[in-house]
Design a protein around this ligand. Structure first.
Ligand code: C5P
Length: 236
């Protein structure tokens, strides 16, 4: 199937994580699987190495950008950073909801140009021992829900959720909140350090709006082939 005959919905639900160390590697990947991939994630590693220029270069290909900077700072600093991201022209930006209601409200008030603010609740690398270390006695599920409610009440547009939280969050917040879901592993790929994974199909059935997939695509010997297999699986 070529990209023209592919239903828009499959392409629009896949976000490929450009977790590579240089601008050259990132742009080689984008060229390899463009235009099959419409949405790319630039995270801390690539942004620190290649800065706003890589974001502009990816946007110039016609793709959308999810800038995954997981902001957590005083409200004024985060709000000004959100303004800069809006000027860059990215479509999604992440903040840590543990920054509290005032910080979240400041980011929401500062967003412009169709920029969606996504809240991160508890990182998937954290377990209950991690919460105890920082003085939180709730279990993970309750803490995720508490932070998610704080974010939704303060006006965020969506949440980054582990595949295993999607059902709970969809039931709680309905369709008005975008659920962006990493930790996705097609059946043919290795889990690597992601512990609680789902296949693209399972995550969509659980209620995910967007799937974030990195290594199964970018570490594949033929990234475009991996993209095609995943899009076919999403469509099936
Ligand atoms: O390579 P992989 O598919 O595991 O990449 C997942 C991407 O999603 C990475 O960029 C990672 O930083 C990000 N992510 C995650 N878990 C979260 C939040 C973001 O894996 N809770």
């Amino acid at each position: 199937m070529n990209s023209q005959s592919r239903p828009v919905i499959a392409r629009d639900r896949l976000i490929v994580a450009l977790d590579v160390p240089t601008q050259t590697e990132a742009l080689n990947l984008v060229r390899d699987f463009s235009p099959e991939v419409a949405f790319l994630k630039v995270g801390l590693q690539l942004y620190t190495a290649a800065g706003p220029e890589i974001v502009r270069s990816v946007l110039a290909t016609g793709a959308k950008v999810f800038l995954d900077l997981k902001l957590h700072d005083i409200p004024n600093t985060v709000a000004r950073t959100v303004e800069s991201a809006g000027q860059l022209g990215v479509q999604m930006l992440t903040i840590h909801l543990s920054g509290g209601a005032e910080m979240i409200r400041a980011t929401v008030a500062a967003r412009k140009n169709n920029l969606s603010i996504l809240g991160v609740t508890v990182l998937t690398s954290a377990d209950e021992q991690t919460l105890r270390q920082v003085g939180i006695s709730d279990n993970i599920r309750d803490h995720v829900l508490r932070l998610a409610k704080l974010g939704v009440d303060a006006g965020i547009d969506g949440l980054v959720a582990s595949p295993h939280e999607v059902k709970m969050l969809r039931a709680q917040f309905g369709v008005k909140i975008k659920l962006v879901v990493p930790g996705i592993r097609p059946s043919w790929s290795e889990a690597r350090d992601q512990k609680r994974v789902m296949t693209p199909r399972e995550a969509l059935e659980a209620g995910a709006d967007y799937l974030v997939i990195g290594r199964p695509i970018i570490a594949h010997p033929r990234p475009r082939e991996a993209v095609t297999k995943i899009l076919n699986e999403i469509e099936s």
